[in-house]
Design a protein around this ligand. Structure first.
Ligand code: 4AD
Ligand code: MG
Length: 430
């Protein structure tokens, strides 16, 4: 019977066949240990010279890394392996012999590994990171589906910009000019007026000339948008959502977190509610911590965010930033128009901003005023104004950056390892 490694626990002491690749191998005169992987997991196959035909033992001994095979044998308990089982191999059918696989068990430099990303994703650590990514996506759908949200897909090709025009990818759209979406938000606002509570999950693009461990050119964002929900209520949804995702990963990715040697004690504390600190207070906190240069009105950089996060043992919301340094659509704080009803959620352990969100301006006149201030002219933005014309309601939303969340939960220090095929400032290959 053909089974997968993820399922072998159901076949203890039974003979099964697994389609696999050889990820590593060790052998002596009488025994060969095959490290097998099949995509669903990693397992050891033991080939004993005395128990198999000579031909099978020779095949096992000489097999090259990443060759593909059907391997048949009995599943037995093995308490030392993370899987808990291994296979006593009885026969092997070689499917394809790999020659000179470039990623050997020795250490390789980052650029070399990045050039071989199409192969690197087969390795244990990369596999674990991408499985955690998958669990974040799965639990995201679960959370929003269970809470009455409708999944809406905003367009990728668009004529409007949500987050400022400096970081847009331009493309030709027949005779018009178009951009690749920086954020689906404006469309999600339209969707919230049609469906109440909505969320999106899709790729977004930023032509950012930033070469940091937190920036990708193409990244994936989860963008919920809720009608009749104010800023405070949105923060509660955000902390519940993030807690749910973190607890799901802890629950369902034990083996992966183990492979990554992630210290999970810090993640276990990530349960709602999360602390909140205003931008004003964050400035004071930073000055107290020795950042004497920072002035009210300036945006925070990575060192500032890390310093603020260090004061808390959970993710922290920094609320009410100056309007000047935030997007045009954010609603002013009543009685204090120089700051807006927004929050960035900063992950612990130096992983930085994982969510940006806000209550949106719902007043037509104020939105028109913002259009003038931000020079948002032309018909690309007309539809967005109409949302404030026909039954405008208070509404809020946010965007969670998937890759930064994967980096945080996996404990990897660069976002290039959190997406299957990263697009970076100097990388479009593979
Ligand atoms: O803070 P941002 O720019 O917010 C928005 O785009 C809003 N329109 C979202 C909304 O309210 N619907 O981006 C949201 C998140 C950030 O907090 C960060 O986690 C991630 O997206 N992000 C990036 N991740 C990787 N690489 C980049 N270049 C990123 N830029 C933003
Ligand atoms: Mg932001």
């Amino acid at each position: 019977m053909k089974v997968t490694i993820a399922d072998v626990k159901k076949y203890e002491s039974k003979e099964v066949t697994i389609g696999a690749w050889l990820s590593n191998k060790r052998s002596s005169g009488k025994i060969a240990f095959l490290q097998l992987r099949d995509g669903t997991g990693f397992m050891q196959g033991v080939v004993a010279k005395n128990d198999v035909e000579e031909e099978v033992f020779q095949l096992a001994k000489n097999m090259t890394q990443e060759s593909s095979l059907y391997v048949t044998g009995k599943i037995v308990e093995d308490k030392r392996s993370p899987l808990g089982y291994e296979m006593q191999v009885s026969s092997i059918e070689l499917i394809h012999e790999a020659t000179d696989y470039p990623i050997t068990p020795k250490e390789h430099g980052t650029e070399f590994l990045m050039d071989h990303r199409h192969l690197w994703i087969r390795s244990k650590k990369q596999h674990a990171v991408l499985k955690i990514r998958n669990e974040i996506i799965r639990s995201t759908y679960q959370f929003f589906n269970d809470n009455g949200y409708v999944k809406i897909d905003p367009p990728i090709l668009t004529g409007s910009s949500a987050e400022g025009t400096t970081e847009l990818f331009h493309t030709k759209y027949f005779d018009e000019e178009a951009y690749l979406s920086q954020s689906g938000q404006l469309y999600m606002e339209a969707a919230a007026m049609a469906f109440g509570k909505v969320f999106s999950f899709g790729p977004t693009f930023r032509a950012e000339k930033s070469k940091t461990r937190r920036h990708l050119i193409e990244f994936w964002m989860i963008e919920p948008e809720m009608a009749f929900v104010d800023h405070e209520e949105s923060l509660v949804i955000q902390e519940q959502y993030v807690s749910f995702v973190v607890q799901s990963v802890l629950e369902n990715c034990k083996m992966e977190l183990d492979v990554l040697e992630r210290d999970t004690s810090k993640l276990e504390q990530v349960k709602a509610p999360f602390p909140r600190i205003s931008y004003d207070d964050a400035i004071h906190l930073l000055k107290d911590k020795g950042f004497t240069d920072i002035e009210w009105g300036e945006d925070f950089g990575a060192p500032h965010e890390t310093a603020i996060a260090e004061s808390f043992d959970k993710p922290v919301f920094i609320t009410n930033y100056p309007a000047e340094i935030k997007a045009f659509y954010m609603k002013p704080v009543p009685g204090r128009p120089e700051v807006v009803l927004c929050a960035d959620l900063i992950a612990p352990e130096g992983y930085g901003e994982i969510i940006g969100g806000s209550e949106r301006i719902d007043d037509l006149e104020l939105m028109k005023q913002r259009y003038e201030e931000h020079n948002l002219t032309g018909e690309a933005y007309e539809w967005y104004l109409e949302l404030r014309k026909y039954g405008s309601v208070p509404h809020s939303g946010f965007g969670l950056g998937l890759e930064r969340t994967v980096a945080w939960l996996s404990g990897v220090d660069h976002v290039r390892e959190t997406i299957p095929f990263p697009r970076l400032l100097n990388r479009l290959y593979p």
